[in-house]
Design a protein around this ligand. Structure first.
Ligand code: SF4
Ligand code: ZN
Length: 762
């Protein structure tokens, strides 16, 4: 244990706690102890404080005892001669630092000083809070850095974190040697789909400035989140880590050591300290070590070797200029490599032969009209994609053919028709897997930087940026990407793949007709695929790496609650990986057809949940409803007065008639426990004939987020007809007109809502 680090961390912690106390006194004096404190869009209060102490801090006054607690964790700065610092005191100081840092950020929120304004941006309109809620996601127009990550975003990353597409996060603190190095470091992390948090500065210069100067697109969509330009904003990374444990791990506030252990064992994260390390950074680093997150510095500092908190080093020094490499870019690459090695997690990178950066971090990238070279589909042209299974001898593996004119046949910002036809063959391939594989085309193509892909089937819409085309991206690269990814991701069922890209106006229509015939055939197959028509459902335990006791039972008429896995997906996944997270559940004898109990599902529920759940009903929210992890697209909840339920979508941040927002509700619905009356669901379950069919079905829906009404308008209209009440959707209230129970009841009376005359729901 380095005496030097301990001394500096202890000194940094003492200084910060003292500063936080002064700030708090001043704030209470100026604003009053009752002044509310909160981070935007989280149900976890001040999340680190909440997780570590169990205290739900809601006003300035409540921060007092927190800082008292931080003070108790402090130790005197060691005297030169007699004291030998050890790890425990360093860790204590780290924890004190984190508590104080979160308190300081909360006080700054009270003064409108968080999130920070973007460098060089003046506030034009909207309150700081509104802007914070908008984040800088998208086009950065709100003019603020991100500040803390909101619960909705945390959950929507959940799935990627769980299934390994997003291996973990890196918190970068400080500034890189040059802008070029800053960009390279973050690109290397993006390439591996590692979420990157940016904060801190060195002598006033932050990596956020460096990336902004280079026109780097920062935001949730590109996995790069700028917290703030000072060291304290690093606290948001640890708040994120704390909430991961609460959201996905089913842990409770106050279980400090469990939360820390959960992060150490399950969350792959590290801190990369760029540039000079001052006392405060040492203190914050000591905080990160509590979570088992190692700190790698690109300057000369003493190291801390494994001690028992972890089996890997806590602090590593890799002076940038001493890293082996022919230039700074290579050194940056090695630095990232080293960080990943230290934390010891395998990161898979599919080797995709394209002339642009490639990885899931680019999936959400937007190509705007102004920097677009060409588009396929959308308003002015047609694009479709079609994957079909053919015989082994009918595929030349790796063949990519372009049939018709190339990109250069259009003007800049022009458009053209496009058809992507993928033919695959494999001994374990089944026709049922065609749609499962075809749906991947969206993700695979989107992974290329400078390529935007939206939609699927014959409503695909693809844009190529000027940048991508300048780097040499061409039509054939669609095929190269697909060939590489189908092999790397679906090698168990795809032995061979070839791709033909059609742009020829004479040949394309014929292919489009073939594709449409296939879509039609599949639609019919899907419509006939009911729970009664199969002998097995599938389990999904993918989320158990975060929510250890949660199981989704996936049936043809009830998809997984994240919306990402339906019955066919699970079936394909089982073929690909027979010992993987999706196992067939043989239904066996029917126990209760109405409520959806089978011997097989009950038995599995017990085993899969490790005894936490005794039975699970497939079709009821009132009796033994399915549990939830945290990934649900929507929450269904009983509103007793209405004799019905409300459905809140993840996108809806407004107040619901239950008196809670989605964020707060999500805290109740998740964690892998059964709560009658509350259920997390995938939104397509809403339109299934089996949607809470034991409790009366879709007619029970009294209130529904307008987002769902709008984005699923056609599907819901069909449900209304199926339920024998074509006007049903208009009878359902939403947040635009109803935000509490009284208003809901008035609305239902006025609109003659059917739930009012249905049998009592309980
Ligand atoms: Fe997680 Fe359920 Fe989705 Fe599987 S289906 S990934 S368990 S939410
Ligand atoms: Zn989940």
């Amino acid at each position: 244990m380095s005496r030097y680090i301990a001394t500096r961390a202890i000194r940094g912690a003492n200084a910060l706690v003292a500063e936080a106390e002064l700030m708090l006194q001043k704030a209470i004096g100026e604003k009053g102890a009752d002044t509310p404190v909160a981070f935007p869009n989280t149900a976890y209060f001040l999340p680190l404080i909440y997780g570590m102490t169990g205290k739900a801090v809601e006003n300035l006054g409540q921060l007092g005892p927190i800082l008292e607690h931080a003070k108790e964790l402090l130790h005197p700065t060691p005297a030169e001669s007699k004291w030998t610092p050890y790890l425990g005191e360093t860790l204590d100081s780290g924890m004190a630092t984190l508590l104080a840092a979160e308190a300081v950020e909360a006080i700054r929120y009270v003064y409108g000083l968080q999130p920070e304004l973007m460098p060089g941006f003046s506030l034009a309109g909207g309150t700081a809070y509104q802007n914070a809620a908008l984040g800088i996601n998208g086009d950065g127009l709100s003019g603020h850095l991100n500040g803390p990550i909101d619960d909705i975003q945390l959950r929507s990353w959940g799935i990627a974190l769980v299934d390994g597409r997003m291996p973990g996060f890196a918190a970068i603190v400080g500034a890189a040697k040059s802008n070029e190095v800053a960009v390279k470091l973050v690109r290397e992390l993006q390439r591996r789909n590692i979420l990157t948090f940016l904060c801190g500065n060195v002598n006033g210069r932050s990596i956020i400035d460096q990336l902004n100067e280079e026109g780097f697109e920062l935001g949730y969509d590109t996995y790069t989140v700028p917290f703030g330009t000072d060291t304290l904003s690093a606290i948001y990374a640890l708040g994120f880590a704390t909430r991961s444990a609460l959201t996905f791990g089913g842990l409770k506030a106050g279980q400090a050591s469990e939360i820390l252990r959960y992060n150490r064992d399950r969350v792959f994260a590290f801190v990369l300290a760029l540039g000079e390390v001052d006392d405060l950074k040492y203190a914050a680093a000591a905080g990160a070590i509590n979570f088992g997150f190692p700190v790698i510095a690109d300057s000369v500092i003493p190291e801390i070797l494994p001690t028992g908190v972890t089996t890997y080093e806590h602090v590593i020094s890799m002076p940038f200029n001493e890293i082996d490499g022919k230039d700074d870019l290579e050194r940056a690459e090695r630095l990232v490599q080293k960080c990943i090695e230290i934390r010891g997690v395998k990161v898979q990178v599919a080797d995709v032969p394209v002339p642009v950066p490639y990885g899931s971090a680019f999936e959400g990238e937007v190509v705007r009209k102004t920097n677009m070279r060409v588009e396929f589909g959308g308003k002015y042209s047609r694009a479709f994609e079609y994957l079909r299974m053919v015989g082994m001898d009918d595929v030349v593996d790796g063949q990519v053919k372009v049939v018709g004119p190339g990109i250069d046949s259009t003007d800049p910002q022009g458009h053209m028709d496009l058809g992507i036809v993928v033919e695959v063959a494999g001994r374990k391939m089944q026709e049922d897997f065609e749609p499962v594989l075809e749906r991947q085309i969206h993700y695979f193509i989107n992974g290329a930087s400078g390529v935007q892909h939206i939609g699927q089937r014959d409503i695909a819409w693809i844009r190529l940026s000027d940048g991508a085309v300048d780097k040499g991206f061409d039509l054939e690269h669609f095929g190269k990407i697909l060939h590489a990814r189908f092999h790397s991701d679906f090698g168990a069922i795809v032995d061979k793949a070839q791709v033909t890209i059609y742009t020829d106006p004479d040949l394309l229509p014929e292919q489009l007709d073939l594709a449409r015939e296939a879509y039609d055939f599949r639609n019919k197959r899907l419509a006939n695929l009911t729970d009664d028509a199969v002998e097995e459902f599938y389990s999904c335990t993918l989320c158990q790496s975060f929510a250890p006791n949660h199981v989704c039972v996936v049936s043809p008429e009830r998809l997984g609650l994240c919306g990402a896995y339906n019955w066919l997906d699970c079936k394909a996944s089982f073929s690909i990986n027979p010992t993987g997270p999706n196992q067939p559940i043989k239904l066996g004898k029917t126990v209760d057809y109405e409520k959806g109990y089978w011997e097989g599902t009950n038995e599995y529920a017990k085993i899969g949940s490790h005894g936490v759940v005794e039975e699970v009903s497939m079709y009821s929210i009132m009796e033994n409803p399915m549990t939830a992890c945290g990934c649900f697209e929507s929450i269904v909840m009983l509103i007793p007065e209405s004799n019905g339920v409300m459905v809140v979508s993840r996108e809806d941040t407004s107040m619901t008639p239950a008196g809670m927002t989605f964020s707060t509700l999500a805290g109740m619905a998740g964690g892998g426990i059964q709560t009658p009356g509350v259920m997390g669901v995938g939104k397509f379950y809403l339109i299934s004939p089996k949607f809470i069919s034991a409790d009366g079905g879709f007619k029970r829906v009294a209130w529904m987020s307008s987002y769902l009404k709008e984005t699923m308008a056609d599907e819901l209209a069909a449900v209304a007809i199926r339920e024998g009440d074509p006007d049903l959707i208009n009878k359902i209230a939403d947040e635009r007109s109803v935000s509490n129970v009284d208003e809901l009841m008035a609305w239902m009376e006025e609109h003659n809502h059917p739930a009012l005359i249905m049998d009592p729901i309980f």
